[in-house]
Design a protein around this ligand. Sequence first.
Ligand code: XMP
Length: 520
Amino acid sequence: MLIDSLAILDFGSQYTQLIARRVRECQVYCELFPWDTPAERVLAQKPRGFILSGGPASVYETGAPTMPGYVLESGLPVLGICYGMQLLTQALGGKVGASAEREYGPSDLNTETDNPLIPPGIQRVWMSHGDRIELPPPGFSVLGQSPNSPIAFMGDLSRRYFGLQFHPEVHHTPGGKEILRRFAIEICQASPGWTPESIITQSVQRVQQQVGKATVISAVSGGVDSSVATAMVQRAVGDQLICVFVDTGLLRQGEAAQVKATLQERLGIELISVDAAEQFMRALNGVTAPEQKRQIIGELFIRIFEQQARQLGLPRYLVQGTIYPDVVESSAPDRTQAQRIKTHHNVGGLPEDMQFELVEPLRYLFKDEVRAVGENLGLPAAMVWRQPFPGPGLAVRCLGEITPDRIQRLRHADAIFTSELAEAGLLRMALGEDQTQGTAQAFAVLLPVYSVGVMGDQRTYQETIALRAVTTQDFMTADWARLPYDLLAKVASRIVNEVQGVNRVVYDLTSKPPATIEWE
Ligand code: XMP
């Protein structure tokens, strides 16, 4: 089944993934390709049009990315954004030059001419460019200006070529999604068939073709991606799927039971559940260095999984919850090393001697799509939309030594904090458009810091809980959440009263950077 799609050529802009997300929000499938991808690969997708992304280079620099020949030869509609617009201009005989000043930030686009992409009037747009169009190519009309860009929007209506100097994909361009929708649906005539149902149908077919009648194994740890991937494979191959759940004893309150109940009872997945809490505690005994904790947990997880897989006769296929940003970030041009590393700090890899073939049913999905698909497959909303949680679990947030008592202390405090937030409607579990109301991630941290307190007539000498709550779009930068004082007071009071061994609660006021979201 091939559904209508668009191809986005990536010239290295930090916003390229957002273009794809916005187009897919309009239910049109699109794929990202590094700009120098071989033509056959891009055209195999049978795109209905092209979007050329922004990028950090200048079109007139030597060695700058160039316009692939097949784009204009195809006769399909093209939308060039920022660098993409400049490239289109250069390729079609217009002129690009340096702006007198680099333009970065909000600006007003004034559209005067009737056109199928942007209604006439003034709208707020987001600019980020150093070059600009000095002369549009023959056949193009200037369709809109901004105070600093006399040619902020141009088009050749007969050839269906358009150029935008601003970024329609970012939230700071409020009308941007509508521009992309019009381009995809009205100009390219792509039908909006990218829905959770069609995603599932496609993915199920792909998995069935890949594995045939073979047995497939999946390791679930409670994370959203691995749970949705597992549910998808089960939909595809039914009881050919065997699922191993390793309970590390480091999950949040009620989480292990929820994962088991959901997979087993709700989805009818055959589940081998390994209660390994004691093993993990033993392995972590006396360890305080965060990296060492991560390493121990990753290795033990694999060892336990490996043991189970061998007992099951080592199936040939292994389910993995790789998602689209992981795939894109490891192949995109001009990304910094730091950006590339970001998504790969999960529980470690599998040993070399286990030659599994990977089944990756979420390989083309963004996180929000994974969640929508998860719900559609029957996973509870509370599980699918919950906030991110590190692979090594509560161990990351239990600073100092890990003992059953300390983990329980942390788990209890965390449950109080998150339940109060949920009740106040502030535990926003998804990446939303507006992060000012609520938290993208909120949790408790146990500090090995003892201080003196007084309870009743008793002097106490106990540990400290730090509360961490942040707002963020992408988890790469974050701000501390401005939670109401009354809520913080209630949470603090409940924690010192209800959690054994804690006599002090503090709230973390640092942003990322310079701090990180997690404490370790
Ligand atoms: P930091 O603390 O680096 O975290 O600001 C950024 C985001 O990554 C999450 N995180 C992890 N996720 N495995 C994961 O799957 C991990 O080991 C891990 N460590 C941090 C963190 O919760 C935050 O959302």
